[in-house]
Every structure is written in structure tokens, then in C-alpha cells.
Design a protein around this ligand. Structure first.
Ligand code: ATP
Length: 577
């Protein structure tokens, strides 16, 4: 496939905001590709070269790309920057400059361009800036205006086609069978590997049967199993019957892959965090007695002398890129292992909770860093409640109840696991993770920060879109208001994946996740969360910001519409009883 052909598709995708058309256009693109190309396309259409969990960055900002443009088209850098100032998008500048050159563009293939970008991304060390700029310039000299426009947006992370992972899965299905009926099977493989390109490749090369056989792959993070909420120990026993229960540690989730001496640690949102946690890496080598394994647990900063857990705010200081060794000494982590998904070639996600826990006990030798999360079994609401109170007493967040006979269901939030947390008296049982969709200019003091209220939404994974659920005007410090400006990327129009009746002063890329506490959920005609036909949507009443969740949640990990509806129903039941 020619790169110019691909950018024609990008052009079409850029112009549509209808999800149905996005799927269909993308499906036509995939249908025109062979097995090797389709995996690259699955990454490229999201502006990447590799799956999101691989820490490969192209490493070129606006300055370097501007330099490459100047270099490619023989223009002074100031002219490129001035035009960038006027147009606000280096992609448009590239298209303009490419249109003014007399060079006949070559016919570069998708492979050629992909390989060149990959080479740029892997260029490191001294002289790498010049080398990256030179390579990009060289590439640009071979491209037509449209191709140049989309190409430069890739290193800048500005190829915003509105394509989330569910849209890619639907399009893969559509490309092969003309509808989205294979989505469930593709999604199963995706939940186990998180790698769209890998799945696309297997699908194209060997068909859907091979996709059905995809299992856990070492080095590819498994999408985490998630917990539902229930309001009390009684409700948990009524729903689950006899269950296991574990302390709910308030730290951050880590998925540890052991591949011989090669250890990788992935976060809740499946980013590779290996370099941040040297003690976990070291302990995985010595404390996990298996050649290969995948285990999961919650990492908490822990004071072994006083046997005290540090609060979450302290633990989270470990998520940093600098001063790693000093911090590891100051705030050593303990990883409470609560699950196991793979050991020595065997996929344990099919095994029951009991079997998985038994295997943990077999291969994990407890020591200062890796410990097994304790677990009790009970069918008594009283015992469960006492256990809950006991854990709260120890400064923990609550408990997680688990059904003993269930498999590890990657990527699913269901009643196999139920969390019971400290209640925040009278308010909703749990916080909601919202995505910032826009901001509304404030009056008075806040006007100086450029934001007066935030328009926020939740995620609808079925439709792969963000729908509005509330406007937040309180709970932010002056500093936080200011940081909103830095965190959010303003965009000129409503992003393709945002569905909103409210038009804010400024739309932003839906990337920043915040934790919000509200008093209740109400029905509202102006919000699009759960809105259908003439039925009103759902809204959070009296919302306030609790924290920024950027470090451990991707926008697609925000609370879903289905959860909002469940929380609304739970709240109604509470009012009735
Ligand atoms: P979620 O991760 O479910 O989207 P969240 O990030 O808001 O939600 P919580 O509502 O606090 O987190 O609860 C779930 C999280 O609790 C898990 O993702 C995991 O990180 C953590 N956790 C702590 N202890 C345990 C345990 N024993 N078993 C399972 N999860 C645990």
C-alpha cells in the first residue's frame, strides 16, 4: 500500500465525526492491506508505531519538526515558525510548503514511511537531534502535500482521527465480515494482550479461529480484571454467597511479567513502569520461583519497622522519572500480590481464584518486597463486616470480595470481584473518574486562570465516545485551575469522540482523567451520559474534584456510562429502603 493512499483515508477519517462512518472508512483501509501492513495501520491510525504499552517515542517536538520542514523545503526556519504561528498546525504548514515545491513526489509505501519513522524513534545518543531532523526532512522531500500534512502530525502526537481501540476492533471485524459481529472475539484477544497490531496480524494471517486461540503473551500486559461496587457486607453476601475477601490496599496496581531475568512492570493503565521500581524488579527475580510468570498486586509504600502503610499521597511519590534510587530508599514499596495469570508456559486466566491463589503460594517466597495479600473465606455477613472494619482500623481502604470459583476475566468489571470501601457519609458510595472535555471561561479571579468550570464526561465503550456528565466549578485550588491549562490540550472543534449538547468556551482533547466526588446522580436532559431517544441523560450533582488520575488511568479507563446507571439505581434502592 502506498503511503499516499493511506493519507487519503486519514483525510476522510479526519472529516467525519460519525462513529459509523469512522468504522466503515477504517474497515475499507484495513481491507486493502495485507497481514504485515494491517498491524502497522492499526498503530498508525492512532498516531503510534507500536502498541501503547511499549515505551517507544518518536521524540520530536514542534521545534525539531519545524527545523525538518525548513530543511526539507529550503526555507528559513523563522518563516516556517511564522507560518506555524498563523496556521496553528505544522501539518498545514507542511502541506503548504510541499505544495510549493517543484519536486515530483515518489511513491513511498506505508512500509517505507513506517520504517523511516521507526528509525527516527530509535535514534538516540549524541547527534540524535540532527539525525532525527535530517531523516524527517528526507522523508518529507518524497511526499505529496497531503502525505506531508499527516506525516508531521505523527511525531507531534496531533494525528487526531478520533479512533479509540473499540473502533479499531469494530473496523477489523467490519473489514472481514461486513459487520461488527466478530467484535466480542477480537475483544477477548485484546483483553488478554492489549495489542491491536498483534491481533490484526494474527487475524489477517490465520483467520478468526487463530484469534480465538490467542492467550496470554509474556511481555504484553493483560487488561486488568476490575471490581464492581456494593454498599455493605450484607449486600455482598446476598449477591455472592460464600466468598473470599482480601484487604483493599491503597497504592497502585502493578502487573509484573517475569521472563527469565527480564522483568517488566506495568501500571493500572498498562504503561511500562519497570524503571521506576527497581526493588520490585529485583524481588521478582529472587522471590518468584518460576522461569516465567505474570503476577499482579498492589504496591504500597510500607514501613517495615513500624508495620505501617504510608497513605496513598506518599506512595504515589514513587511514580517519578528522576531520583529513583533515593526515593526507593526513602519510601520502599511492598507489593501485595493478589493474583497470578501465567506460570512457566501455562495460562492461568482460565483457572479459578482458588487455583490461582494456590499457585501463588507455591511459587512466591515471601520476603520484604513481595508479599501475598491475605485472604479469608466466609459466607457470614457479620464475619465479612468485622473483617472490613478490621482493615479500615489498620488504615486500609476497605476490602475486595472475590468469588472463589471464577476465572480471571481480563478487562471486565463484574461481580466476580466486589469492592467495599470506607464510605464518605451520605454521599455517593464511590467517586467517579471523569474525563475533562472542555472548559468554560470564568468570571472574576478565575478568569485570570482561563477556566471557570470544567465540562467533564464519562466513557461509553460500546460507542467509543465520551459523553458529558457534569460541570465542575468547585474543589480546585488556584494552582489546580492553573494546571488545567497546562494539562489540557485545546482543540479548535469538538473532538470526534466527544458527544455533548453543551458547547464549552474551549474544547480540549479528552485525555485528562480526574476523580470526582458528587452528592448524587440525577436525570438531566442537558447531559449526554446515558441519554437515549427522548430519555434524559444522567448527571452528577454537586461535583467536586478529588484528585488528578492522569498517572494511572487512560481516558478509556474512566467510569463508564453503565457504571453511572448502576450507581444511580443503587442510590435509588438506598432511598427506598
Ligand atoms: P478501578 O481500578 O476498579 O477502575 P479505581 O481505580 O477507582 O477503580 P478502586 O475503586 O479503589 O480503584 O478499586 C479497585 C482497585 O483496588 C484495583 O484496581 C486495585 O488496584 C486495588 N486493589 C487493592 N487491593 C486489592 C486486592 N486485594 N484485590 C484486588 N484489587 C485490589
Amino acid at each position: 500500500m502506498q503511503f499516499a493512499q493511506l493519507t487519503q483515508f486519514f483525510e476522510e477519517l479526519e472529516k467525519t465525526s460519525s462513529r459509523k462512518s469512522l468504522v466503515q472508512i477504517l474497515a475499507r483501509l484495513f481491507a486493502a492491506a495485507d497481514a504485515n501492513e494491517v498491524s502497522k495501520l492499526a498503530y498508525l491510525c492512532q498516531g503510534r508505531l507500536v502498541p501503547f504499552f511499549e515505551p517507544l517515542e518518536i521524540g520530536m517536538g514542534e521545534k525539531m519538526v519545524a527545523e525538518a520542514l525548513a530543511n526539507a523545503y529550503g526555507k528559513p526556519r523563522q518563516d516556517v515558525l511564522r507560518r506555524f504561528g498563523e496556521l496553528g498546525d505544522l501539518g498545514l504548514v507542511a502541506a503548504e510548503l510541499a505544495g510549493q515545491t517543484t519536486i515530483e513526489p515518489d511513491t513511498l509505501s506505508v512500509d517505507d514511511v513506517y520504517d523511516a519513522l521507526y528509525a527516527i524513534a530509535t535514534t538516540a545518543g549524541s547527534g540524535s537531534v540532527e539525525s532525527k531532523v535530517g531523516r524527517l526532512a528526507e522523508l518529507l522531500r518524497h511526499l505529496d502535500p497531503l502525505s506531508a500534512k499527516h506525516l508531521v502530525r505523527i511525531p507531534l502526537g496531533r494525528l487526531r482521527l478520533g479512533i479509540g481501540d473499540p473502533t479499531v476492533l469494530d473496523a477489523l471485524s467490519f473489514a472481514r465480515v461486513g459487520d461488527t459481529s466478530l467484535r466480542k472475539q477480537l475483544e477477548r484477544a485484546y483483553n488478554l494482550t492489549s495489542d491491536l497490531g498483534y491481533i490484526a496480524h494474527v487475524f489477517w494471517q490465520e483467520g478468526i479461529e487463530a484469534v480465538q486461540h490467542i492467550g496470554v503473551v509474556l511481555g504484553k500486559p493483560i487488561r486488568p480484571a476490575l471490581a464492581e461496587r456494593l454498599p455493605s457486607a450484607e449486600a455482598i453476601i446476598a449477591k455472592m454467597g460464600r466468598c473470599a475477601a482480601e484487604p483493599k490496599y491503597d497504592g497502585f496496581r502493578c502487573q509484573v511479567h517475569k521472563m527469565g531475568g527480564d522483568i517488566r512492570v506495568f501500571s493500572r493503565n498498562l504503561e511500562n513502569m519497570t524503571d521506576m521500581f527497581p526493588e520490585i524488579v529485583g524481588a521478582a527475580r529472587t522471590q518468584i520461583h518460576a522461569e516465567t510468570a505474570i503476577v499482579e498486586g498492589e504496591a504500597v509504600a510500607y514501613n517495615a519497622e513500624s508495620e505501617e502503610f504510608y497513605p496513598f499521597q506518599e506512595t504515589t511519590r514513587r511514580r517519578r522519572k528522576h531520583d529513583i534510587d533515593r526515593m526507593a530508599e526513602e519510601l520502599p514499596l511492598r507489593l501485595f500480590v493478589f493474583d497470578l495469570m501465567y506460570v512457566n508456559g501455562e495460562d492461568y486466566t482460565h483457572c479459578t481464584y482458588i487455583e490461582r491463589r494456590e499457585k501463588i503460594a507455591e511459587i512466591l517466597v515471601e520476603d520484604t518486597v513481595l508479599a501475598v495479600s491475605p485472604s479469608i473465606a466466609t459466607d457470614s455477613a457479620k464475619v465479612l463486616n468485622d473483617y472490613f472494619l478490621d482493615n479500615i482500623q489498620k488504615g486500609l481502604e476497605g476490602i475486595v470480595a472475590k468469588r472463589p470459583d471464577t476465572i480471571y476475566q481480563a478487562g471486565a468489571r463484574n461481580f466476580n470481584w466486589v469492592k467495599l470501601k470506607r464510605s464518605s457519609g451520605g454521599e455517593l458510595q464511590d467517586t467517579v473518574d471523569c474525563v475533562i472535555l472542555g472548559y468554560i471561561y470564568g468570571r472574576g479571579k478565575r478568569a485570570t486562570f482561563g477556566a471557570g468550570a470544567l465540562l467533564t464526561g464519562v466513557y461509553d465503550p460500546e460507542k467509543d465516545e465520551f459523553v458529558t456528565v457534569t460541570k465542575i466549578g468547585t474543589g480546585l485550588t488556584d494552582e489546580e485551575w492553573r494546571s488545567i491549562r497546562e494539562l489540557c490540550t485545546p482543540v479548535p472543534e469538538r473532538p470526534a469522540r466527544v458527544n455533548s449538547l453543551i458547547v464549552p468556551s474551549v474544547w480540549v482533547e479528552p485525555t485528562v482523567v480526574i476523580e470526582v466526588l458528587a452528592d448524587e446522580i440525577t436525570r438531566s436532559p442537558i447531559h449526554t451520559a446515558g441519554k437515549g431517544g427522548d430519555q434524559p441523560g444522567y448527571a452528577l450533582r454537586f461535583p467536586r474534584l478529588v484528585s488528578f488520575r492522569g498517572a494511572d488511568k487512560r481516558p478509556e479507563d474512566a467510569t463508564t456510562v453503565a457504571e453511572i446507571i448502576e450507581m444511580y439505581e443503587a442510590q435509588r434502592k438506598k432511598l427506598v429502603t
